[in-house]
Design a protein around this ligand. Structure first.
Ligand code: SF4
Ligand code: SF4
Ligand code: FES
Length: 519
């Protein structure tokens, strides 16, 4: 392992490490726009300049491999002057858009200017005008004037998504990013180009002009869009959730996530949610307290087991909830009720094994592997056909369904609810509201559940990797986790989670911004 000195600090690095990586490892600040750890080196922005001992010319750190005994620095006056001029060249044609630019507040150009800016610019020429609002595809907008031609977005489409939609066209100060033959940038990873664009040239149609980034808080979690379990950062404030971005994890998603995964915030926001417990049937609902409904359901379950035996009650689980929650529910059924009627609802059986070769998997649940692990450990293997038969023969008195958190990945929701409605009583546990439940004619209790954003837990991804996640904020105060649901259902407690205060203040919501479609 070669030893290298970075701004006087001696560190040991892995063979083949780039000097820019050595600076990062030594926690020494280094300016860079075109280099990205997940892409090949382009060496075009010339900002990562360093002085290397024994080398008379300045070098770029992103294209220099560390060798034994190397000593490099980027804190000399010579380097500072060079970066200052480099930055000035990047800004020759860059517009003064910061007040209206979505990137403001998290922009590489702003950040570097504050450190190295040439506050008395010497450029007197007019800026070159370029295309301002170019729709590159369904999700991404380009502002050519802001582009600094770092080529990160082009390299992403050629090296990661391998869809090759983007290229740099024309030369000199007329050069612009564009799509080949008008082919739109519409692959399922297109929004990563927005993340890696170091300036505000590429912006998200969904997020544009909705919020200033300095008004957003964020928390890390796990994407629930499929069984890959990409690590994510969720951005929110008191008006709701606004965007999801990837968090690097070399073992799971490296630096990326898919566009479908970025949409999961939509079913967490208040307008999609079931906010209160209700009981009734065929759309005639009475708003109730969750604990009251769950006590009734628990009594009905115990009564059925006592009167006609444990095969008369059943439970359906989806791969959408956490390990801890499944274990509680399964323990209740196996331990308290001596009932093994536990069934796995597979929402998309034809696509379960699909994989796009990058990240996105056909199993659109975050914890199928975890659920199957618990069922296997407890030797529960009731076939779905058995549940269908029992329901069709009117021999299920109470059915508990821990249903979808994201109904958009349950294309069979209507068909399954029709089947579940054949039970004599139904306990429907779900975080989202659904008009389809109104069609169920059997007496039903509906209990609002927390989403992954509102609770702690563990998911097991398709690789068998356990990933813990933590509560970020509360959106629906009356929503419960399945652990609390089980406590009340089994008569062991009241469920601690009810009555939490919401972290959102909907009075402040700008409904125009919330409800408009993508720009
Ligand atoms: S659009 Fe952004 S990522 Fe693409 S070349 Fe321009 S500055 Fe770089
Ligand atoms: S690949 Fe799956 S886990 Fe990753 S972002 Fe997409 S939907 Fe989410
Ligand atoms: S980061 Fe090294 S040249 Fe751009």
């Amino acid at each position: 392992m070669p030893k290298v000195k970075v701004n006087g600090k001696e560190i040991e690095v892995k063979e083949g490490t780039l000097l820019i990586e050595a600076f990062k490892q030594a926690k020494e600040d280094i300016a860079h726009y075109c280099w990205h750890p997940g892409l090949s080196t382009a060496g075009v922005c010339r900002l990562c300049m360093v002085e290397i001992e024994g080398n008379p010319r300045l070098q770029i750190a992103c294209n220099t491999v560390v060798t034994e005994g190397m000593s490099a620095c980027n804190n000399s006056d010579k380097i500072k002057e060079t970066v200052k001029w480099g930055l000035d060249f990047h800004l020759i044609n860059h517009p003064l858009d910061c007040p209206i630019c979505d990137q403001a507040g998290e922009c590489g150009l702003q950040d570097q200017y504050m450190k190295f800016g040439k506050y008395t610019p010497e450029m007197s020429e007019h800026k070159v005008k370029k295309h301002k609002v170019v729709s590159l595809g369904e999700r991404v907008v380009l502002d050519s004037e802001r582009c600094i031609l770092c080529s990160r977005c082009v390299r992403f489409t050629s090296e990661v998504s391998k869809t090759n939609e983007l290229g740099i066209f024309n030369r000199g100060d007329r050069a612009e990013i564009g799509t080949f033959d008008g082919k739109p940038l519409d692959n399922n990873y297109s929004m990563n180009t927005v993340d890696i664009c170091p300036v505000g040239a590429l912006t998200s149609k969904d997020f544009r002009f909705r919020q200033r980034v300095w008004y957003l808080k964020n928390g890390t979690s796990i994407c629930t869009g499929c069984s890959t379990g990409c690590n994510i950062k969720a951005y929110y404030n008191e008006e709701g959730l606004f965007r999801i971005k990837p968090e690097p994890n070399p073992d799971v998603n490296v630096y990326w996530m898919c566009d479908k995964g970025r949409e999961i915030y939509k079913h967490i926001n208040l307008d999609a949610r079931l906010t209160e417990a209700r009981s009734g049937q065929a759309g005639n609902w009475q708003v109730r307290e969750s604990a009251e409904c769950l006590k009734e359901a628990g009594d009905a379950i115990r009564q059925a087991v006592k009167d006609v035996g444990p095969t008369r009650v059943a439970m359906v689980l989806t791969g959408q909830h956490s390990q801890e929650e499944y274990q509680e529910l399964v323990n209740f059924y196996l331990g308290d009720l001596a009932c093994r009627e536990i069934y796995h609802w597979i929402n998309n059986p034809e696509q379960m094994e699909e994989f796009d070769g990058i990240l996105y998997r056909g199993d659109r649940n975050p914890n199928t592997k975890g659920l199957l692990g618990i069922l296997a450990k407890e030797k529960v293997n009731a076939p779905w056909k058995q549940l269908e038969d029992r329901l069709n023969q009117d021999s299920v008195d109470v059915l508990v369904v821990a249903g979808p958190e994201d109904p958009s990945v349950f294309p069979d929701l209507m068909e399954k609810l029709h089947l579940f409605g054949k039970a004599k009583k139904l306990l429907w546990l779900s975080s989202t509201k659904s008009e389809i439940v109104d069609q169920v004619t059997t007496p039903t209790w509906q209990i609002p559940l927390k989403t992954f954003f509102e609770k702690d837990g563990t998911f097991v991804n398709f690789q068998g990797k356990k990933q813990e996640f933590k509560r970020i904020a509360t959106i629906v105060p009356k929503a419960m986790g399945l652990t609390d649901v089980t406590k009340v259902l089994s008569g062991r407690g009241e469920g601690a989670s009810q009555g939490d205060k919401s972290d959102l203040d909907w009075k402040k919501t700008n409904f125009f911004v919330q409800q408009r479609g993508p720009l």
